[in-house]
Design a protein. Structure first.
Length: 118
C-alpha cells in the first residue's frame, strides 16, 4: 500500500515511514499539492495509486463515493481524528507513525475501502 498524507499531517511523518521502507508522501512536501483542494489531492492520490490519510471525513467520503458511482475504483481512505491523534500534542507524531507503520506492515488492501486509524 502506498500513502498520501493530507496537508494537516507534516512531512516528518512521511519521512519517518519512508525510513521504515514504506512508500509514503505528504501533500505538504510537494509544491504541486500544497494548498490544493481536497478533490485535487484525491485525484493525485488516485493517479499514483495511493490511499489518502486525512481527518477530513466528510469531503473525502463524498469524493470516494463519486469515484465509485463513476465506476472508478480508489486506493482507499485512512481516517484519523483529532481526538485520537491530537495535532497539538507532540507525542502524536510518534503515535501516528507507529499506527501507520503497523497498518502498512499488515499489507491490508484498502481498495475502495475506508479504515479508521487506531
Amino acid at each position: 500500500m502506498r500513502l498520501l498524507l493530507d496537508e494537516m499531517w507534516p512531512p516528518l511523518i512521511a519521512a519517518q515511514l519512508r525510513s521504515r521502507g514504506h512508500d509514503v508522501v505528504a501533500a505538504a512536501e510537494r509544491s504541486e499539492l500544497r494548498g490544493r483542494s481536497d478533490a485535487a489531492i484525491f485525484a493525485a492520490a488516485q493517479a499514483e495509486g495511493r490511499a489518502v490519510v486525512t481527518e477530513n471525513v466528510g469531503d473525502y467520503r463524498v469524493l470516494a463515493a463519486h469515484a465509485l458511482q463513476q465506476r472508478r475504483s480508489h486506493a482507499g481512505l485512512i481516517f484519523t481524528s483529532n481526538r485520537r491523534f491530537p495535532r497539538h500534542d507532540q507525542r502524536t507524531l510518534g503515535l501516528i507513525v507507529t499506527a501507520l507503520d503497523r497498518l502498512l506492515a499488515s499489507r491490508t488492501d484498502l481498495t475502495n475501502e475506508e479504515h479508521w486509524l487506531r
